[in-house]
Each structure stands twice: as structure tokens, then as C-alpha cells.
Design a protein around this ligand. Structure first.
Ligand code: NAP
Length: 274
């Protein structure tokens, strides 16, 4: 029997789509997360080898984030265990240019494993499957992003690139910087969501210290500190450019934010309770 493709983060936005797409191709898949059997927990390295056993190709979504403190060290240890388990190939989901994400990418690239790096910009689905859904429903998105532009990307495109990389050796050794087709401010994104959702959604800039202070009671100081540092890093202008990773990997254009909004509105996810 062919060895299963291991998908770490299998119940998440990206991983769940990868699992579905691989299953649709009748590929053997093993989904891993803290709730799988065997469980896989980034915070407990004793769980890694049992999940890796028998897999030759692995998709990796690191939690809480590849930009977080300790991520490169965890990825280095993970690469060692993957090699020991007989893994041949890793597809790493990365962020766009954060220091720890770059260090983690470099560790995988130098590990001896076959690799594909999928370096993604801000997910569209953060507004529907993710942390910003409550803000969209309230009609008010507040971030320390000013008028910075983001090339929002659809998670389905990321999953398509990852599936291609997991199933076609031509993607080995590639780094795909994947973005959507348009640079947009958060105010523009909010306006498009608003038009599709049928209720007002506005964006307002919040100063970094105020953003942090508002988060502390909600998520605790360590997570608030991390999110402050992450926002400071990713909203410094480094991501105000488009790239062609989707086109290079798949030979087609990435999905537009407007199509995402139309599709999400049709599901009813942005409908407010009456
Ligand atoms: N959101 C963005 O805009 C963006 C942009 C670029 C890159 N990224 C990267 O995308 C990744 C997140 O992917 P996603 O959005 O698809 O995930 P997600 O929707 O946030 O879901 C998280 C997944 O990871 C699992 N998980 C959570 N904590 C875990 C732990 N300690 N050990 C093992 N598994 C754990 C969850 O399942 P269980 O709860 O069952 O464990 C779930 O499958 C991060 O590495 C982030 O850096 C995100």
C-alpha cells in the first residue's frame, strides 16, 4: 500500500482543504492535530514520531505561528524526527517574511528533506473561518494596519498549491510566494465584504499600544504580546507587493477577493442574527 500523506493542522483552514482535495484524488491521507489518533501536538514532541511513522510526504502548518518565538527551534527538531521516521518530503506553510518564518524556512531548506515552501500572505478566510468573523458580524474591523496594502489570498489557492507540491515531484525545491491578484487596504477589503454581506462593515486603524491593551484581557498577555509583535512586523510595508507563486505552481491566476466575498455571502456565514 502507498504510504499516507500526513497533513499536520488537518482540521484548520488550510489543512482541512488539503485533506479534502487529496481524498478527492483518492490519495491515502493521515490528518494530524491535537484531536487526531494518534494525537500530534507541537507542544509535546513525544507525539511527533508516532504521527510521522510510515509517512513519506508531510504538509506542515506550525502552530501557533511560524513567526512565534521558538518556532525555528521546533521546526529544527521536527525535521530531525521526520528524517528519522523516513519522511522524504515536507511542504511547509510559511508567512511572508517574518524573521522566525524565514529562519524556519531556511532550516527546512538545509535539512536534507525534499521541500516545497509555500509562503502565504494574509488569508481571505481570516474574515470568515477565522479570528475576524466576529468583527465582520459586528461591522467593525480594527487593526494596527493603517492604510497598508495586503495581497489577500484565498486559502483554496494555498491548498491547491500544497496539494500539487505533495503529489508532483516537479515542485521539489521550490519556494512559492503566494498572494492574491490585488493589493488592497483593509478599508477596501471591509467595503467589499460589506457590499457582499449586505450590512455595514468598516475598518479603523488602531494604534499598536491600544491594540495590545485591548487584547490583553481577551487573550492574555503572552498572546497579546505575540500579536502586537506580529502586526508590527507584517504591517511595516514588507507585504505591499504581489507575487506570482500561484501562477508558477498551478499555471493559473489566483482567485480574486471579490469572488471570495460573493461565495462567502452565499453561504450565509456573514448574516447577522435577527
Ligand atoms: N492566517 C493567516 O493570514 C496566515 C498567513 C500566512 C501563514 N499563516 C500560517 O498558517 C498556519 C495556520 O494555518 P490555518 O490557518 O490553516 O490553521 P487554523 O485554521 O488556525 O487551525 C489550526 C490547526 O492547527 C491545529 N493545532 C492547533 N494547535 C495545535 C498544536 N499545539 N499542535 C498541533 N496542532 C495544533 C488545530 O487542530 P486541533 O485544535 O485539533 O489541534 C487546527 O488543525 C500558521 O502556521 C500560520 O503561521 C497564516
Amino acid at each position: 500500500m502507498t504510504s499516507p500523506i500526513l497533513v499536520i493542522g488537518a482540521t484548520g483552514k488550510v489543512g482541512s482543504r488539503i485533506v479534502a482535495k487529496l481524498e478527492a484524488q483518492s490519495r491515502p491521507v493521515r490528518g494530524a492535530s491535537r484531536r487526531s489518533t494518534p494525537a500530534f501536538d507541537w507542544e509535546d514532541d513525544a507525539t511527533w514520531s508516532p504521527a510521522l511513522a510510515g509517512a513519506e510526504a508531510v504538509f506542515v502548518a506550525f502552530m501557533p505561528d511560524l513567526a512565534a518565538r521558538g518556532a525555528p527551534e521546533a521546526i529544527a527538531k521536527f525535521a530531525e524526527k521526520a528524517i528519522a521516521a523516513g519522511v522524504k518530503q515536507v511542504v511547509l506553510l510559511s508567512g511572508r517574511g517574518e524573521d522566525n518564518a524565514l529562519r524556519s524556512e531556511a532550516i527546512i531548506q538545509a535539512s536534507g528533506l525534499g521541500y516545497t515552501i509555500v509562503r502565504a500572505s494574509w488569508f481571505n478566510q481570516n474574515f470568515s473561518d477565522g479570528v475576524f468573523l466576529p468583527a465582520v458580524l459586528e461591522g467593525f474591523i480594527s487593526l494596527p494596519a493603517g492604510n497598508r496594502k495586503e495581497p489577500f489570498i484565498d486559502v483554496d489557492d494555498i491548498a491547491d498549491v500544497a496539494v500539487a507540491a505533495l503529489t508532483d515531484q516537479r515542485h521539489l525545491g521550490q519556494l512559492y510566494d503566494v498572494t492574491g491578484p490585488r493589493l488592497m487596504t483593509f478599508a477596501e477589503a471591509a467595503a467589499e465584504i460589506s457590499a457582499a454581506a449586505g450590512h455595514p462593515v468598516t475598518y479603523a486603524h488602531i494604534a499598536l499600544p491600544d491594540f495590545h491593551a485591548a487584547l490583553v484581557p481577551e487573550v492574555g498577555a503572552p498572546t497579546a504580546d505575540f500579536l502586537r509583535d506580529l502586526c508590527e512586523e507584517v504591517f511595516d510595508g514588507r507585504n505591499e507587493s504581489l507575487s506570482n507563486g500561484v501562477q508558477r505552481a498551478l499555471g493559473r491566476q489566483p482567485r480574486d477577493f471579490a469572488d471570495y466575498c460573493t461565495a462567502m455571502a452565499a453561504t450565509g456565514i456573514w448574516k447577522r442574527a435577527a
